[in-house]
Design a protein around this ligand. Structure first.
Ligand SMILES: *Cc1c(COP(=O)(O)O)cnc(C)c1O
Length: 232
């Protein structure tokens, strides 16, 4: 089942890319495996998945130890400063940098782990009260206050747009994040590049790709619905 679902998502990515004249290889699929058991991740791995997304530090650490070492682990959820130390040597990319304090701690732990951690800035593109992320208008100032930190490299932007029934309703936000990344690129800020645009989930990733996403984070369409009441 997971195998078929994964193939289906890859085919959909392929179709959308063709339709909007993009290269399929330019779009990376992250299999969002939060709450799912290790057996489910193995199934996705067998189907070819190598990028997995988790939103809890403990869960990422547990799964890291049980799965093959060639997996790239992406931290996509809100990250508490005091937990960065547990994932600094494990995580491939952190998508959810949303405060100077967090950026400073990632920097500190990356230096300790003798590596550079690629990070994305999470942007609250729709200005929702309930969402984490830097406000759109504060994004450039924010980046200019973290770009000199050692051990971290700002590589792009990430957003979680509103939950909507109709994916088209989020097109405006995907467009806005893309435009923001272009604006930032034009500022030519030291140590900052805008290589990655992490946007689009199960309900809206086709629209996100049309608007320039090159990392999509897909959970439900690969693994099925999540049951938050059963311990994974
Ligand atoms: C859970 C989650 C996803 C995946 O959502 P689906 O709708 O299941 O595809 C993507 N991004 C983030 C940040 C998430 O927390």
């Amino acid at each position: 089942m997971i195998n078929e679902n994964y193939e289906k998502v890859l085919n959909t990515i392929n179709d959308v890319c063709k339709k909007c004249n993009r290269l399929t290889d330019d779009v990376s699929l992250i299999a969002v495996s939060k709450t799912k058991p290790v057996s489910a991740l193995f199934e996705a791995y067998e189907a070819g998945a190598r990028d997995f997304g988790e939103n809890k530090v403990q869960e990422l650490v547990d799964k890291y130890d049980k799965l093959p070492p060639d997996i790239r682990w992406h931290m996509i959820g809100h990250l508490q400063t005091n937990k960065v130390k547990y994932i600094a040597d494990k995580v491939y990319m952190i998508h959810s940098v949303d405060s100077v304090k967090l950026a400073e701690e990632i920097s500190k732990q990356a230096v300790k782990a003798k590596r550079i951690i690629p990070v994305l800035i999470e942007v609250n593109i729709a200005g929702e009260d309930s969402k984490f992320g830097i406000a759109k208008d504060e994004c450039i100032d924010f980046i200019q206050s973290v770009n000199q930190l050692p051990g971290i490299a700002v590589k792009g932007l990430m957003t979680v747009p509103p939950f909507v029934e109709n994916a088209e309703d989020n097109r405006q936000y995907f467009k806005a994040l893309k435009q923001l990344s272009v604006d930032i690129m034009q500022k030519n800020i030291d140590n900052v590049c805008m290589d990655f645009l992490s946007m689009g989930m199960s309900g809206d990733y086709t629209v996100a790709i049309e608007e320039g996403a090159n990392i999509i984070r897909v959970g439900t369409s690969i693994f099925g619905e999540r049951d938050y009441f059963v311990k994974a």
